[in-house]
Design a protein around this ligand. Structure first.
Ligand code: NI
Ligand code: MN
Length: 228
């Protein structure tokens, strides 16, 4: 399996048989180097309804005839825009042709602004546990530090955990180190930082904090991949 960072919370996961893109916020993302029209994939995973995670999901799904995997509300919303979508509920997983995706708890909001201060209800935010090729990958989505991560670490052998470190909207580096201790992942990859001024962080400093506690971290550059 290969995991490539496209910036913010967006990753391309290449399994032996399929290509998955997670949280494809490319258009309007100042760090993104890949254009939505150049993405080739079979599945589009969306952790929650905020625009910096939904991003180009509908366009990418339609262009590739790919299936969106997300929470029930987000899946319904995106399928109403013409994309194929598979809904999941928190704690629920499904065996797809490439492997299994389970929706995990995230402590975060999920409304989508409709203008004039209104919001469309988008259910709850989530993380995703992805199992394919004998590997387990956890993408936390946007979340605060939660004790539920301890359960995830106790009940799964996580090879790679992608954790937000940006602070302001999600947990910051210190809480993300605590999350990493709960998850006991083989490798921790920071995400959701440096895209905008309020979430500017020192990713190498975060990796140093992990190493100081005997854990492995790696801050992937934009476009950089890691073989898992
Ligand atoms: Ni969010
Ligand atoms: Mn976000």
């Amino acid at each position: 399996m290969k995991i490539t960072y496209f910036s913010h919370s967006c990753f391309l996961v290449e399994t032996a048989s399929h290509r998955l893109i997670i949280d494809p916020f490319l258009t309007g993302n100042p760090l993104a180097e890949v254009k939505a029209e150049d993405v080739r994939c079979d599945y589009v995973l969306v952790t929650h309804g905020h625009s910096d995670h939904v991003g180009d999901a509908v366009e990418i799904a339609k262009r590739n005839d790919a299936t969106i995997i997300s929470s029930y509300e987000v899946a319904e919303w995106l399928s109403s825009q013409g994309a194929k979508a598979h809904p999941l509920g928190l704690g629920g997983g499904f065996n797809f042709p490439f492997g299994r995706v389970k929706l995990t708890i995230a402590f975060h909001s999920a409304g989508h602004p409709t203008g004039g201060g209104g919001f469309a209800y988008m259910g709850v935010a989530a993380g995703m546990l992805i199992q394919a090729d004998g590997k387990t990958v956890y993408h936390a989505g946007d979340t605060a530090l939660t004790v539920e991560m301890k359960l995830l670490g106790e009940r799964n052998r996580i090879d790679v955990a992608m954790l937000p470190i940006g602070d302001n909207f999600t947990m910051g580096p210190e809480d993300a180190v605590a999350a990493a201790e709960f998850l006991k992942a083989g490798l921790v990859v920071p995400m959701h930082y440096n895209t905008f001024p309020p979430i500017k962080q020192d990713a190498e400093g975060f990796v140093g904090m992990l190493e100081g506690k005997g854990m492995r971290g790696r801050a992937l550059g934009v476009g950089e991949g890691v073989e898992v």
